[in-house]
Design a binder for this molecule. Structure first.
Ligand SMILES: [Zn+2]
Ligand SMILES: [Zn+2]
Length: 372
C-alpha cells in the first residue's frame, strides 16, 4: 500500500474506500514504473478527471474580476498593520503585548503546518482526538478559513500545480500566488476542480473535528482570532483597547497570513531544486524559518505525503512538534520517504544541489525514525 494511505480505511465509507483503493493502485503502478496510461486512467476515474479537459480551460479567454469586499479587507488589514508595526517599533505598546503577538503567531502556526496542512490536507500521519482538537483550535486562531475549505484548496493546488486549475498558480506571477488569488475571481478550471475534489475528499467531513470547526467557524473565528487575542493583553497586563486591537488582532493576523502566503509565492520561485528541477517549487530557508519548516517546498511537492515536508536534518519545527506527540502516542502512522527513495529521485530529476547540503544515508531503506 502507498505510504500515505496506510490505515485510513476506517475513516472512510464504502464509496471512499473504493476511491482509496483506486488511488492505491495508481501508487502501485507508479512505484513499479509500470503502465503510465493505466495509472492516469485510474487517477482520472478517482478524481472525476475523465470529464476534465484542461486544454479547453487553457485555451479559454479569461479575465479575472476584482472581488471588492476581499480586496478591501486585505488592504485594510495591511494598512492597519503598518500602524501596528509603528506602535511596536516605537514602544507605544507594552513589551508583553509584542511578546504575546509573536508567541501566538508561532504557536497558532502549528495549527496550519502540523494541522490543516500535514494532517488534514495530506494525511501524512494520524492524530488522536485530543491532538486533532488542539490543532483545530490553533488553526482557528490563525483565522485562515475553515479546515475543510483550506484542505480542499490545498489538495487542488497539489493535484494541478502550475496549471490554470491551481488556485494560486505561480505562472500568473508572484503577487497573484502571494495574495492576488484571494482577491480575484477564480479561474473556471479552479472552480471545476474544487467541485470535483469535494467528491473525493469525503475523508475530511468524516472527521467530527473538521465538521464541527466548519459548522461553528464564524463564532470560533470571532472568539479565537478576535476576542481572546484582544482581551488577554487588556486583562492580564492592562494594554489599551486600541493597542490590543491593532497589534494583537490586526497585525498578528496579517503577519500570519503573509507567512502562509510566502509558501505559495517565495517557495515557488526563489531557491534550489534538489529533488525535481522540472517543477517550480523550491527549497527556501527563509520561508522555512518563518513558516515553521514549510519552505522546503521542492521536497514537499515531490513527497507530499511525507509528514516531515523535508529531509531529516533540516530545520523543521513542525516536524519536531509531530515527533513529540508521536512520543506520547497522540500522533501515529507517520509516513516518510526512505533515504533511498529520496536519493533516487534526486539523481533522476534533481538540479544536483542535494550533495551541497546534508545528504541522507544511502544505505538506509527504513523510515525516518531509523535514519540515524
Ligand atoms: Zn506549493
Ligand atoms: Zn502541501
Amino acid at each position: 500500500m502507498a505510504p500515505a494511505l496506510q490505515n485510513v480505511d476506517h475513516f472512510l465509507d464504502e464509496d471512499s474506500q473504493i476511491k482509496m483503493r483506486l488511488l492505491e493502485d495508481s501508487y502501485k503502478l507508479d512505484n513499479e514504473n509500470n503502465n503510465t496510461d493505466l495509472k492516469r486512467e485510474v487517477n482520472d476515474k478517482m478524481s472525476g478527471d475523465m470529464d476534465f479537459d484542461i486544454v479547453k480551460y487553457e485555451a479559454m479567454e479569461f479575465r479575472a474580476q476584482i472581488r471588492w469586499p476581499d480586496l478591501i479587507v486585505q488592504v485594510s488589514l495591511h494598512c492597519v498593520s503598518i500602524y501596528g508595526f509603528y506602535l511596536m517599533i516605537t514602544n507605544q505598546v507594552k513589551f508583553l503585548t509584542t511578546l504575546f503577538v509573536f508567541a501566538t503567531i508561532y504557536t497558532s502556526g502549528l495549527g496550519i503546518t502540523a494541522g490543516v496542512h500535514r494532517l488534514w490536507s495530506h494525511r501524512a500521519y494520524r492524530a488522536r482526538m485530543p491532538l486533532r482538537i488542539l490543532l483545530a483550535l490553533l488553526f482557528t486562531i490563525t483565522g485562515q478559513r475553515d479546515i475543510y475549505t483550506w484542505a480542499l484548496d490545498h489538495r487542488v493546488h497539489h493535484k494541478y500545480t502550475e496549471t490554470v486549475a491551481d488556485p494560486h498558480d505561480i505562472n500568473r506571477g508572484f503577487w497573484f500566488a502571494h495574495v492576488g488569488w484571494l482577491v480575484l475571481t477564480p479561474h473556471p478550471a479552479v472552480e471545476d476542480r474544487r467541485i470535483a475534489l469535494r467528491k473525493t475528499s469525503l475523508d475530511l467531513l468524516h472527521d467530527p473535528v473538521v465538521k464541527l470547526q466548519k459548522k461553528f467557524f464564524i463564532p470560533l473565528f470571532l472568539l479565537l482570532n478576535v476576542i481572546l487575542p484582544v482581551a488577554i493583553p487588556m486583562y492580564f497586563w492592562q494594554e489599551t483597547l486600541l493597542n490590543s486591537f491593532v497589534v494583537s488582532f490586526v497585525t498578528r493576523f496579517t503577519i500570519t497570513l503573509n507567512i502562509a502566503f510566502c509558501v505559495n509565492s517565495f517557495a515557488h520561485i526563489w531557491g534550489n531544486k534538489p529533488y525535481d528541477r522540472f517543477i517550480r517549487s523550491v527549497e527556501n530557508k527563509m520561508v522555512s524559518l518563518a513558516a515553521l519548516g514549510e519552505g522546503w517546498h521542492n521536497y514537499h511537492h515531490v513527497f507530499p505525503w511525507d509528514y516531515r515536508t523535508s529531509e531529516l536534518g533540516r530545520l523543521n519545527v513542525s516536524t519536531s512538534f509531530i515527533d513529540f506527540f508521536a512520543k506520547i502516542g497522540w500522533a501515529y502512522d507517520l509516513k516518510a520517504a526512505t533515504s533511498l527513495m529520496i536519493i533516487n529521485k534526486a539523481k533522476r530529476s534533481g538540479d544536483g544541489t542535494l550533495g551541497e547540503t546534508e545528504e541522507p544515508d544511502p544505505t538506509s531503506t527504513s523510515d525516518s525514525r531509523n535514519w540515524d
